[in-house]
Design a protein. Structure first.
Length: 685
């Protein structure tokens, strides 16, 4: 072994002779005296320049005996190349014992342990461990100044900020044309176009996670995963969008975001007209045509096209919701769901429809809006009823209406739902927090969507008109509900008693009558209610506040809905017809009660004492008070007679007056819903 007597004072590295030490010192002083006349690149020593010049003259004198590949460098390059065939990695890291093929690779790796970043950007003072990273970073500054990307792909005309990105992109085209993937995984036989992709993929088969976060102790298989994760703790977002000034932690995230402004989608599916911004998205989409669902859930056996879909699905098997909104306290299972929710707390809507100028917070919502409202293309058809939809998601939601499956259960009560979205909206009824407040009347709402609809009530503009009767509404949702009165279609049936309903909301409210759970309790009199809306109506009976007055007779009501019901008695209109007989009714509620008289078999509400059956829960409650309770709280002011229900008191009061029963007016009772029903019942007598 030769003696190394010459030592570098900077890095303590030793050399056998003084000339080698002098050349080495140029790396620390960054003096590069030898310049290439072709590309102007500079080098620290003449031998390196000579080797570099062979790239320009393309003389490849040295040939590998294994793969026949030719090399321009001297014979030592063959020794390095031979290690790729033998797998030899003679250079070992003294800290983590990782091995490398080249000494230069070991030197670059050692920087990860020391944290040294010798290459600094002159523009923003950011430091890098490799010169290549600095060159790529400088290309971003050049792009910001000039506003253009210098390197363009000859096949798809896509432009890139630096040559390295262009070379990687062109490899995707060559892979698509030739289909060449020389690197194969020994575990799953999956093939890759580059060795680097194979190395990353092999980490999936290994349970080892050698890279640990020093902040939260989370472990990662790849060093790149740890670097990306650390930005979560530091909050570093060095990449900024030049259109909307939004900042991002990763360059790839910025590139994806830029697609929302440029609309560049160079990758087209051969099976359908769908276009995509990235090759990865196209590959995932093609699995829908082939039916390849390689990612399977171990809990329920459900398969998915992509591992991200499986990861999101696995969260449905547990109740953990670790992500909480700091403004309203809402919790979420995914960080992405929390980020989308946070957008509801501000009024920024950067994505605007070019047709109707409607603004959206997310580009995905804008694309969905364009398909649903401004496109006649509806490629997704229901096999049961032939209905067509613009997106596959809406088709899946619609398909559930043809089944009786209701797999989503409420954790607070026994309510069940067909979709998780319906369950989420229902869960809000158990939460009294209403963070969205109207700036005009200070009414509060649980959802920003409900606040937006409410704000339209303060405007005189009603752009949605009914084609049947000409009635106008402030939003499309109210028009859809109104249009149901012009049809007798009732497609939503109760799976317990067979009752039919026009909307799923009405069916959900009806399902509450089949159980005795009343989670919403009045804090004054401890009366329980099944719905929070009934509790709010009941609370107004304790305040004696009745702001809504009838212009005809002066009757006052606590809720505007009860005033509208009462106003019917002053007209002769009876627009609701019975489909079984010739009876007509003033309200849909009274018609529904009448329809129960045509069904003499179904009586789902059974008395627990005498087993008597009733068609309505209200009749069962009345029966329990009259027959099985000694309590008679309603007393006649004339003769002192007592009754179990107010209805019986009202019937008795008729004998003390000559007035017709329809002219009598009583005070509102405790249950706000019962008040409305009593008024309607008197009007129909």
């Amino acid at each position: 072994m030769r003696k190394c007597d010459f030592k570098c004072n900077v890095c303590q590295k030793r050399f056998a002779n003084a000339s080698t030490l002098i050349v080495h010192m140029r790396r620390h002083t960054r003096t590069r005296e030898f310049k290439c006349k072709v590309c102007r690149k500079r080098f620290a020593c003449a031998s390196t320049l000579i080797l570099h010049m062979r790239r320009h003259i393309r003389t490849r004198e040295f040939k590998s005996k294994v793969c026949q590949k030719m090399f321009a460098h001297h014979a030592s390059s063959l020794n390095v190349q031979s290690r790729t065939h033998t797998g030899s990695k003679p250079y070992e890291c003294l800290v983590c014992h990782d091995t490398f093929t080249l000494a230069s690779s070991l030197r670059r790796h050692s920087l990860t342990h020391t944290g040294e970043k010798p290459f600094q950007c002159a523009q923003c003072n950011r430091r890098f461990a490799r010169r290549g990273y600095l060159i790529k970073h400088l290309a971003l500054h050049l792009q910001t100044l000039t506003g253009e990307k210098l390197f363009q792909c000859a096949q798809c005309n896509r432009r890139f900020a630096c040559r390295g990105y262009l070379i990687k992109h062109q490899a995707l085209h060559s892979q698509t044309l030739t289909g060449e993937k020389p690197f194969q995984c020994a575990q799953c036989n999956r093939r890759f176009a580059r060795r680097r992709y194979l190395i990353k993929h092999q980490a999936v088969h290994s349970e080892l996670k050698p890279y640990k976060c020093t902040v939260c102790s989370k472990r990662f298989r790849l060093r790149g995963g740890l670097k990306d994760h650390l930005k979560v703790h530091t909050g570093e977002k060095p990449y900024q969008c030049k259109f909307c000034q939004r900042r991002f932690s990763h360059l790839s995230t910025l590139q994806k975001h830029m697609q929302t402004h440029t609309g560049d989608k160079p990758y087209t599916c051969n099976e359908c007209p769908e276009v995509f911004a990235y090759m990865k998205q196209l590959k995932i989409h093609k699995r829908k045509h082939t039916g390849d669902k390689a990612f399977k859930c171990t809990e329920c056996g459900k398969a998915f096209y992509h591992k991200d879909y499986l990861r999101n699905h696995l969260l449905t098997h547990n109740d953990s919701r670790p992500y909480m909104c700091q403004k309203c306290g809402a919790t979420f299972k995914l960080m992405g769901h929390l980020k989308r929710h946070m957008l509801t707390h501000d009024d920024i809507k950067p994505h605007v429809c070019s047709v109707c100028n409607t603004g959206f917070r997310e580009a995905y919502s804008l694309r969905t809006h364009m398909k649903n409202h401004h496109s006649d293309e509806k490629p997704f058809e229901c096999n049961e009823c032939g209905a067509k939809f613009a997106t596959e998601r809406y088709l899946k939601d619609h398909a559930i209406t043809h089944t009786n499956a209701r797999p989503y259960e409420c954790n607070e009560c026994d309510a069940t739902f067909k979709t998780s979205g319906h369950r989420r909206r229902h869960m809000l009824t158990h939460n009294y927090n209403k963070p969205h407040v109207c700036s005009v009347c200070y009414a509060s709402f649980k959802l920003a969507y409900n606040l937006r609809i409410h704000m339209e009530t303060h405007s005189d503009e009603k752009p949605f008109e009914c084609n049947e009767c000409g009635a106008k509404f402030v939003c499309r949702r109210y028009l859809k509900k109104h249009s149901l009165i012009h049809t007798n279609a009732r497609s939503y049936d109760c799976n317990k008693c067979g009752a039919l309903f026009k909307t799923s909301e009405n069916r959900c409210r009806h399902m509450l009558t089949h159980n005795d759970i009343k989670p919403h309790v009045c804090s004054v009199c401890n009366v329980g209610f099944k719905q929070v809306s009934n509790l709010r109506s009941h609370m107004k009976t304790h305040t004696d506040e009745k702001p809504f007055e009838c212009n005809e007779c002066g009757a006052k009501f606590a809720i505007e809905r009860y005033l509208k019901r009462h106003a019917v008695i002053h007209t002769n209109a009876r627009p609701y017809d019975c489909t079984e007989c010739a009876a007509t009714f003033k309200t849909a509620v009274t018609r529904r009660r009448h329809m129960l008289t045509h069904n003499v078999i179904i009586k789902p509400h059974v008395c627990s004492v005498c087993n008597a059956g009733f068609k309505q829960a209200y009749n069962l409650r009345t029966h329990m008070k009259k027959q099985h309770s000694d309590e008679s709280p309603f007393e006649c002011n004339e003769c002192g007679a007592k009754f179990a229900t107010e209805r019986y008191l009202w019937r008795h009061a008729v004998i003390h007056t000559k007035a017709r029963p329809s002219t009598l007016r009583l005070e509102a009772v405790d249950d706000a819903d019962k008040t409305g029903e009593t008024v309607l019942m008197k009007a129909d007598l």
